[in-house]
Ligand binder design. Structure first.
Ligand code: TEU
Ligand code: CA
Length: 554
């Protein structure tokens, strides 16, 4: 397996809107990030992935871009960006940009032109189709954020495709001009000195031209088979690689919903010349009751089976990302651990152990290193996210599912859980802003905040810091071969990593129960690399306490 810097890197995701507000308008910004670089340096991360900071009307918080070469007004200026990049580089931190090119905003110049007339030179930059009849869209596809995936446009009496909100029209990648414009824009950022791209829904850029109805599951048809891993996606990525990516020493990660291990070997194979790694969702999906909404957890055996399959099938062939949460997912400790006060810290550290010891590049989502939790939503008025707002309307206000049943599901999975402000200290608004934050601060900020965490050597923060440092000293964490043990256990996640003569044994108790565990012979008496509780790991027969985790090295 080739050794590369991005396989060894730990990536920290920033959601700029919620990270740090430097000017009191309640919205996080670029200067806020620059001000907090020392905190990230102290944590020890190598790379920052910033969610989009480009000009945007913010229908989907920056994932609807109206100018790829300008900064969103609320976030600052291009000078602020240049300063952030320079200061990060001074500290040895790399910056990866979010690249959202499956769609633009409907306020992007290309779309404003495109919708003007059928003859406009930008018409073919987007995907326009005739309806099937009056008030009948071209097919039955539903959009990710509710409603039809087609929007009727009066001006030319045709529909345009939007797999996300109607303010996010899909670009037509089959048009070579679209591709060359996107590649030029990427080159412009690379020349500025950025260190890579995280590519939003990059598995969806190629659509089957005939666009048949999809299988109906809920209110609308599923576009999946026709838009995800479409006919030309690999060709377009290889072209992108040839024209842009291969010319720079950058990191590329493809957000690839719906990817299988087999497809990942193509998207992010060792020598397929597309992307460096995939960012896939199999371990955080499949638990939904109403679409993606649910209040139930997956059994541990299911989670282990999924994660293990990715570990073993990609080994030596392709590279994966490791994450428990991001800006689209609920908080890791609430979802996979236990956020009750007596277990929050221990279970957050357990989850970190389990993830950082696996193969892949670990991603830490802002606040995860503090053990930040889900938000205690009280009413739908608390939501800011277009997906949660629309879902509540479509599932609940429509009368399909009663509020009392739907409420625990939407609050458990809402993306807004991840988007509440970063908790810096125990002052008003958690030190995030001197004004009124755009979304409420989690009321637990007085106990859970960066100031308290950095001051306490036994904190979740210091545990993450230690895990990150260990990765730098132990190539086995990066390159070792993975093997799952105790496969049938619903309580314990146990695996080994092996590189040449060296092995790690990773043991994590995912429950609040005391669980007996017998050390495999070869690890008896071996030193402990890290553990989240004090214990004597020299005896062979152990009783693990709730959420206990440890790693032995042989
Ligand atoms: O998300 C795309 C994606 O994978 C969706 O399934 C996503 O999980 C969504 O949150 C529905 O639950 C990317 C971005 O990460 C997301 O923030 C954007 O809203 C979306 O693309 C559109 O750009
Ligand atoms: Ca601000």
């Amino acid at each position: 397996m080739n050794r590369t810097w991005w396989k060894e890197a730990v990536i920290y995701q920033i959601y700029p809107r919620s990270f740090m507000d430097s000017n009191g308008d309640g919205i996080g910004d670029l200067r806020g990030i620059t001000d907090r670089l020392d905190y990230l340096k102290y944590l020890g991360i190598d790379v920052i992935w910033m969610s989009p900071v480009y000009k945007s009307p913010n229908d989907d918080n920056g994932y609807d871009i109206s100018d790829y070469q300008a900064i969103m007004d609320e976030f600052g200026t291009m000078e602020d960006f240049d300063e952030l990049l320079a200061k990060a580089h001074e500290k040895g931190i790399k910056i990866v940009m979010d690249l959202v090119v499956n769609h633009t905003s409907d306020e992007h110049r290309w779309f404003l032109e495109s919708r003007k007339s059928k003859e406009n030179e930008y018409r073919d930059y987007y995907i326009w189709r005739e309806g099937k009849g009056e008030n009948m869209p071209p097919n039955n596809w539903g959009s990710c954020f509710g409603g039809s995936a087609w929007q009727y446009d009066e001006k030319t009496s045709m529909y345009y495709l939007h797999l996300f909100s109607r303010k996010q029209p899909d670009l037509n990648w089959d048009n070579p001009e679209v591709r060359s414009n996107v590649f030029n824009m990427m080159t412009w950022w690379c020349e500025k000195g950025i260190d890579g791209f995280r590519m939003d829904v990059i598995s969806m850029i190629s659509k089957t031209p005939d666009m048949p109805d999809g299988e109906v599951n809920g209110l609308y048809g599923d576009y999946g088979p026709y838009c995800v891993h479409g006919p030309n996606v690999h060709r377009y990525l290889q072209e992108m690689n040839e024209k842009v990516l291969s010319k720079y020493n950058i990191m590329t990660v493809g957000e690839t919903p719906g990817v299988t291990t087999k497809l990942a070997m193509q998207y992010a194979g060792e020598d397929t010349h597309e992307l460096n790694m995939v960012f896939q969702f199999e371990h955080v999906e499949g638990d939904g009751k109403y679409g993606k909404w649910t209040d139930e957890r997956l059994p541990l055996t299911t989670l282990k089976r999924t994660l293990s399959r990715w570990q073993t099938e990609l080994y030596g062939k392709a590279w994966n990302s490791l994450f428990w949460n991001n800006h689209d997912q609920p908080r890791a400790v609430s979802r996979f651990g236990d956020d009750r006060p007596q277990y929050r810290k221990t279970s957050a550290k357990m989850l970190a152990t389990c993830l950082h010891m696996m193969q892949g590049s670990p991603y830490i989502y802002q606040g995860e290193e503090l053990g930040m939790t889900n938000y205690p939503f009280e009413s739908p008025a608390d939501f800011r996210d277009i997906e949660s707002i629309n879902a509540y309307r479509e599932w609940c206000e429509s009368g399909r599912v009663p509020h009392d049943i739907f409420w625990p599901c939407i609050t458990w999975k809402s993306r807004d859980n991840a988007r509440t402000p970063m908790q810096w200290d125990d002052t008003e608004q958690a030190g995030f802003t001197s004004g009124t934050p755009w979304i409420s601060v989690n009321p637990n900020y007085r106990e859970i905040n960066a100031k308290a965490e950095t001051a306490d050597k036994d904190s979740v923060f210091h545990y993450y810091k230690k895990l990150i440092a260990l990765r730098k000293e132990n190539p086995v964490m990066v390159y070792g071969k993975y093997e799952l043990l105790w496969e049938e256990s619903e309580e314990l996640f146990v695996y080994t990593r092996t590189l040449e003569q060296e092995s790690l044994l990773v043991v994590c108790n995912f429950t609040e129960k005391e669980v007996p565990f017998t050390l495999p012979e070869q690890f008896v008496g071996m030193p402990c690399l890290i553990s989240n509780l004090e214990n004597n790991y020299e005896k062979q027969d152990l009783t693990l306490r709730p959420y206990e985790a440890f790693v032995l090295r042989k």
